[in-house]
Design a protein around this ligand. Sequence first.
Ligand SMILES: NC(=O)c1ccc[n+]([C@@H]2O[C@H](COP(=O)([O-])OP(=O)(O)OC[C@H]3O[C@@H](n4cnc5c(N)ncnc54)[C@H](O)[C@@H]3O)[C@@H](O)[C@H]2O)c1
Length: 348
Amino acid sequence: MAQRILVTGGAGYIGSHTCVALRQAGYEPVIYDNFSNASRQVLKRLAAICGSAPEVIEGDVRDRAAIETALRSHDIRAVIHFAALKSASESIEMPLAYYDNNVHGTVQLLSAMRACNVASLVFSSSAAVYGDAERMPVREDSQRAAQSPYGRTKIICEDLLSDISRAEPGWSIARLRYFNPFGAHESGLIGEDTRGVPPNLGPYLTQVAAGQRVQLSVFGGDYDTRDGTGVRDFIHVVDLAEGHIAALRKLEGDAGLLTVNLGTGTGYTVLEMIAAFAKASGRPVPYVIAPRRKGDIAECYADVSRAREMLDWRARRGLAEMCADAWRWQIRNPEGYASDPHREKAML
Ligand SMILES: NC(=O)c1ccc[n+]([C@@H]2O[C@H](COP(=O)([O-])OP(=O)(O)OC[C@H]3O[C@@H](n4cnc5c(N)ncnc54)[C@H](O)[C@@H]3O)[C@@H](O)[C@H]2O)c1
């Protein structure tokens, strides 16, 4: 029987793509999500891609008893922990919510796992832990200096995980530091379903190209980079999802703690992204250069050698494919999962 993997936050952007990758790799994902930032429509879409929808448990990661029940009743072998709040700018306004959800949630999840003897965990960390690193590409052993409460919640969780693995050597834990996920599944059925003002460049680009927003604000045109705008490492969300399968497989053979960057190793400036997206969509992407944002850094892209060596994984999809897939998701789902149900019927 396929090994069951509990996927907290599995209804979200990266989680839903990882459920597809899990099925493709012969695992059985069980989604555990409170739907605070996800739509139930994603389940129908996953069924259309995978043949049947994964089982879903509606619950909060801060509810330890509910997680214990989920782990026991589904004979869970490992957990991939995506569930978290993820906006650096929002975390500055509401730090308590971020510490509660991200840190307290992880403590409760780990306590439940320990009680149920489930000791294999893949944790969603972020390049946000690095802050303004001195050297690029950034290596996993670079100093961590998060610039936001969000990034600090990830550092605290990372430290908690290394303390646990030191104290209780039976744990197998992968801390995966994601760079900037973009794109969508090639079917156009699942993608990033942004509510309100997008917290990051990807959905902003798609919405401006679609005419839903007037223009894009590029924060900072005077960085010491190729064209003065910030440089980031954009990674196709399907590549990122596949990185989780590589990590799970690695954990099956190895107890211990693993920390790995998941990026492409290539940095693109915001203006390069705008040009690539305009080309992929065939639409203009109007923009203005705005002042730098507090906490933003000039450049951040990954050293990916450890991912290649330890996980035998690398990103395979390039910028043009990322943009084309993001655009397909956008035009088929102009309002995300809340798009017209008749249109949805035709798509499925
Ligand atoms: N998207 C990015 O740019 C990015 C970059 C680096 C790291 N990450 C990390 O990756 C993970 C997934 O990010 P995403 O982009 O898929 O976000 P997302 O918001 O799309 O997905 C998170 C999911 O978790 C659920 N959730 C939130 N709090 C929960 C709780 N207390 N209990 C149960 N479910 C809860 C939400 O409903 C949502 O489905 C997060 O941990 C995030 O910090 C994301």
